[in-house]
Write a protein that binds this ligand. Structure first.
Ligand code: PCA
Length: 197
């Protein structure tokens, strides 16, 4: 099985993004080929790069990972919406724009969401399903992965995982955090879930 796992560059004034720091440290289970990439926090750039990666590698599964500062748990996203809102790292400002004009309003994750959440919880990791990936670049990337798989006739499972801040990001902030190694373990749980399906 071939899995594409992506993380993101820093954004929003942060100097690190735990999503990429964690993805970098993830080990794949025996027999799994794991391709890792860091995506830019830009609506257009991230979409373009993700589609190119899916075309080049033809993965069986695409797991995109991003930071959701303020969340207490690793959250496996359930649904992506056809909406972009926010200012990205290229200073592109989206207001009420569709990810894809004429596309479905929402696309559901094709990952085994509940199985992934319960495997993480079984290891004692704070994990939950989430019903909203927001309307920023992470949601855009999740929507793009699902839509691109559908359009290219790929049966790759695609979805998104949001991770909390790591402790060094919360100095002087009232925000929850999770150690990087726990986030890495949570991401390894997602791969283990796939390998036992
Ligand atoms: N989190 C942002 C974009 C990049 C990231 O790591 C989001 O939740 O949309």
């Amino acid at each position: 099985m071939k899995v594409l796992m992506t993380g993101f560059m820093p954004f929003g004034g942060e100097s690190i993004n735990p999503s990429w720091l964690a993805v970098e440290k993830v080990h794949a289970p025996e027999g799994m080929e794991l391709i890792k990439k860091e995506l830019p926090v830009t609506f257009h750039g991230a979409r373009k790069e993700l589609c190119a990666l899916m075309d080049e590698h033809r993965p069986d599964c695409v797991i995109c990972v991003g930071q959701a500062g303020g969340r207490k748990a690793v959250t496996v996203e359930y649904v992506a919406i056809n909406l972009m809102d926010g200012v990205d790292n290229d200073d592109v400002c989206m207001r009420d724009e569709p990810v894809e004009a004429g596309g479905e309003n929402a696309l559901f994750s094709t990952l085994p969401v509940w199985e992934m959440v319960s495997r993480m919880q079984g290891k004692g990791i704070a994990a939950a399903r989430s019903l909203s990936a927001g309307a920023y670049v992470c949601n855009c990337v999740m929507y793009t992965a699902l839509s691109h798989a559908e359009k290219t006739g790929s049966d790759a499972w695609c979805g998104f995982i949001h991770v909390p801040y790591i402790p060094e990001q919360t100095v002087g902030k009232e925000a929850p955090s999770m150690p990087l190694d726990t986030i890495v373990q949570a991401l390894e749980c997602t791969l283990e879930t796939l390998s036992v399906l």
